[in-house]
Design a protein around this ligand. Structure first.
Ligand SMILES: Nc1nc2c(c(=O)[nH]1)N[C@H]1C(S)=C(S)[C@@H](COP(=O)(O)OP(=O)(O)OC[C@H]3O[C@@H](n4cnc5c(=O)[nH]c(N)nc54)[C@H](O)[C@@H]3O)O[C@H]1N2
Ligand SMILES: Nc1nc2c(c(=O)[nH]1)N[C@H]1C(S)=C(S)[C@@H](COP(=O)(O)OP(=O)(O)OC[C@H]3O[C@@H](n4cnc5c(=O)[nH]c(N)nc54)[C@H](O)[C@@H]3O)O[C@H]1N2
Ligand code: SF4
Ligand SMILES: [Mo]
Length: 729
């Protein structure tokens, strides 16, 4: 029993690779291949392979910490929880419930995200909750909802990719950010399909492409419109599809016609012949896909940019058809589920809207509260962080490290310091936890059970494989205890399966309907794709029929058999969306019809270059977890500034020389990494590190007007050589 291995999933990215965890007889844990899980078939990247090292008590927090005399000192759980509840109560009594803020994360399980949203609205009564997913895929979510009436990152499973004709991958470096997924694109090319990569850098992903387009950062909107212009000019639109399945074509057509190829070449730097080649590759096969990631999304016009790429799909009949469609490659472990169940400022569980009276009634019914007691929509993530210490006096933070990951991070850090009270629940002492008044050490992935929803919309069961170290409690326990101390004794169970049962009821009938999914099913299947409604109860099955409805389990495995089942049929889940109709009221997809506009901060004489930011394969996000793994630090020890040899020559900089990158927000210093794989007008920094080389010291918090996504992917900078005292590096 002791050495039995447990199948579970990786704690990090949205691919949610399957892995086996085996506790070792002498302590510690082994991560091994789990070839039966179809998404990664046993393959793991270095982060997944080493994930168990962060379970070690040496790497993480095992005792609550409270601030005393300016320092964080060890404390018991009772004292720590009492302090938090006391501070939240007193701020609420003085300044009202909206002076309390809550900040969540897309790495939290569905159960935690659901409980956190409920905690904010029911136990605190505040509208001021949002989460780091706002920094991630929110522009794609907004564009997808606008176009299709529903946001599920990928409307088809990854296994469809090898069989389509062409994929345009816009601003994704998946060879580094989701390495095992590269296989699907390799198979695509082996099958005769083609891959186009759009990225200002010739990344490891672009190296795999048949065609690499390298636009200037922040110009993907113009690029998409230029391609659509050529589609129209070359007579490649699908008129029948446009007529039968879309609305708004005339406006979209007019918008694209205003973006001449030569004009687009001037904006993007991508030549007209390359634009024509891309159009041919995309339009000639019978099926094709466009996939976006953070490149085009993390822009102050991310929603319109994604909208324009969707327009390209709609004009060519490449959405809601087999092997064709638009998808967003969601990033965090539960980036998909985390945006569905209520930790977002404007949202209720099941992807319902907080300002929809019917949604409020339904969810209030499940929660046993008066619908009028639910607060309205709150602020978006950056706006919330910006309001700390002014309108918002106390913050509870769970699952994010904004001191490293938020835009204009020095300002955000200063806002966090100006709070009356900050509580952080984390597995490690992150840079944000270091600023807290109380830090709670919580359990993580392999130590607890819960569900995540992968980038495919596949709901998965992450099973507990090992016992947590003594002294560590779960996030659900934290919320339960705090709610009780705030006078809400019921409604915050600590058992994840009980939370999931409630989540199913709260999501029933909503866009992201999980009501037909059970832990038992998830344990038996390779996950279940939402929507998955519970079977409709038989006529006359009223009264307390609801429990029966939610206890239905899958019946005999012979689902294809002819015999009619006695019990209501179990819903199989929905791997592929939109094949018959889109989720809009009239069933038609809506064109976005956007027009190109500049980034919020264009280069000028003082700041003549563009900075873009992103990731490297061996570090994850703010690095809070992966910077604690020696093997990963050896592979990716610190920040760097990637720049073109021509720019380096102009600065007189050699490989490894410290460079200062300066923007209107601040200054960061990191060694030069010289490569001709980047545009000469652009520099790149990864954002995984705090301190002197923190990329987010520089970034611009200009927000997209719809999604409120900050412009992480472009701001104006100048680069200077740093003269260090002799003998220094
Ligand atoms: N190793 C690793 N893997 C991760 C993560 C991690 O931190 N580390 N994080 C996970 C998460 S949460 C996410 S969101 C995903 C992100 O996954 P990706 O989106 O693949 O990651 P990024 O490196 O942020 O950005 C992708 C590419 O966008 C390019 N880019 C920059 N500006 C532009 C632009 O204006 N237009 C276009 N078209 N491209 C541009 C960058 O050069 C970069 O190569 O990765 C997930 N996986
Ligand atoms: N410049 C720049 N900045 C960026 C981006 C970029 O491309 N460029 N990308 C943005 C994107 S896409 C994202 S997703 C964000 C991510 O940035 P962050 O939100 O900072 O993400 P993480 O570093 O994953 O932080 C998660 C924290 O929660 C902790 N944690 C992990 N699991 C649990 C749990 O179960 N419970 C609790 N309580 N804590 C847990 C981890 O230890 C860690 O401290 O960064 C954004 N910032
Ligand atoms: S690709 Fe993502 S899910 Fe898979 S092992 Fe690496 S970090 Fe984990
Ligand atoms: Mo993300």
């Amino acid at each position: 029993m002791e050495t039995a291995s447990t199948p579970t999933h990786c704690p990090y990215c949205a691919l949610q690779c399957g892995m086996n965890i085996t506790p070792l007889p002498r302590g510690g844990v082994e991560v091994s291949e789990r070839p039966d899980f179809p998404v990664n078939r046993g393959a793991l990247c270095g982060k997944g392979r080493t994930a168990a090292q962060v379970l070690s008590p040496a790497a993480r927090l095992t005792t609550p910490l409270v601030r005393s005399g300016g320092r964080l000192v060890e404390a018991g759980w009772e004292e720590a929880l009492d302090r938090i509840a006391g501070a939240l109560s007193s701020v609420r009594a003085h300044s009202g419930p909206d002076a309390l803020g809550v900040f969540g994360g897309g790495g939290l399980t569905n159960e935690k995200a659901y409980a956190l949203g409920k905690f904010a609205r029911v136990a605190l009564g505040t509208s001021q909750i949002d989460y780091n997913g706002r920094f991630c895929m929110s522009s794609a979510a907004a564009a997808g909802t606008r176009a299709f009436g529903l946001d599920r990152g990928l409307p088809f499973p990854l296994e469809d990719i090898p069989r389509t004709g062409c994929v345009i991958l816009v601003g994704s470096n998946l060879a580094e950010t989701m390495p095992p997924s590269l296989r699907f694109f390799t198979e695509l090319r082996e099958n005769g399909g083609t891959l186009i990569v759009v990225d200002p850098r010739r990344t490891r992903t672009a190296d795999q492409a048949d065609l690499h387009l390298a636009p200037r950062p922040g110009t993907d909107l113009a690029l998409a419109l230029g391609l659509l212009h050529l589609v129209i000019a070359e007579g490649r639109t699908d008129e029948e599809y446009i007529r039968e399945r879309t609305t708004g074509w005339e406006e979209a057509r007019a918008a694209a016609m205003a973006h001449w190829p030569e004009y687009v070449e001037r904006i993007t730097g991508v030549s007209v012949p390359l634009l024509r080649q891309a159009v041919r590759m995309f339009c000639e096969p019978e099926s094709a896909m466009v996939l976006t990631a953070r490149g085009p999304e993390q822009q102050s016009k991310g929603t319109d940019t994604v909208g324009a790429w969707i327009d390209l799909c709609l004009a060519t009949g490449r959405a809601g058809r087999p092997l064709s469609g638009y998808g967003c490659l969601t990033g965090q472990g539960n980036g998909q589920g985390g945006r569905e169940h209520g930790q977002k400022a404007d949202q209720l569980p099941g992807y319902r809207k907080l300002d929809d009276p019917a949604a409020r009634r339904h969810v209030a019914g499940v929660w046993g509260v008066d619908p009028d007691s639910l607060p309205g929509p709150g602020r978006s993530a950056y706006e919330l962080l910006d309001a700390l210490g002014t309108d918002i006096r106390a913050l509870l933070l769970m699952g994010s490290n904004p001191v490293v990951s938020a835009p204009r991070a020095a300002h955000v850090e200063e806002r966090l310091r100006s709070l009356d009270f900050l509580a952080v629940a984390d597995v490690v002492l992150s840079e944000t936890a270091e600023l807290a008044d109380v830090v709670l050490p919580v359990t993580q992935w392999a130590e607890e059970t819960g569900t995540t929803t992968s980038l495919e919309g596949r709901v998965l069961l992450r099973r507990q494989a090992v016992a947590p170290p003594p002294g560590v409690r779960s996030d659900l326990y934290v919320l339960h205890e705090l709610a009780a101390r705030l006078g809400v004794e019921k409604g915050f169970p600590t058992d994840p399966e009980a939370v999931f049962a409630e989540l199913r009821r709260a999501s029933a009938g909503g866009p992201a309907d999980y009501s037909g999914i059970t832990y038992r099913r998830l344990a038996e299947e390779d996950g279940v794709f939402w929507p998955c409604p519970a079977p409709v109860p038989a006529e006359g099955d009223g009264g307390d029929g609801e429990d029966a409805l939610f206890d239905v389990e899958p019946d005999a495995p012979d689902r294809d058999g002819g015999a009619a089942p006695a019990a209501p049929a179990v819903h199989p889940g929905t791997p592929r969306l939109f094949l018959d109709r889109f989720a809009t009221p009239d069933g038609r997809a809506r064109f976005a019809a956007a027009t190109h506009r500049a980034t919020a901060e264009e280069p000028d004489a003082e700041y003549p270059l563009l900075l873009t930011t992103g990731r490297v394969v061996s570090q994850y996000q703010s690095g809070a977890q992966t910077r604690r793994v020696a093997e990963l630090n050896a592979a990716a020890p610190g920040p760097f500034v990637e720049l073109h040899p021509r720019l380096a020559a102009r600065l007189g900089a050699a490989e490894g020389d410290p460079l200062a990158v300066v923007s209107r927000r601040g200054r960061a210093v990191a060694p030069a990494r010289i490569t001709d794989s980047i545009r000469p007008d652009t520099v790149f920094m990864p954002f995984h590190w705090p301190g002197e080389g923190r990329a987010n010291t520089l970034t611009n918090p200009a927000l997209d007007p719809v999604s409120r996504m900050p412009e992480f992917k472009s701001c104006a900078v100048r680069v200077e050589k740093v003269r260090r005292p002799a003998g220094h590096g």
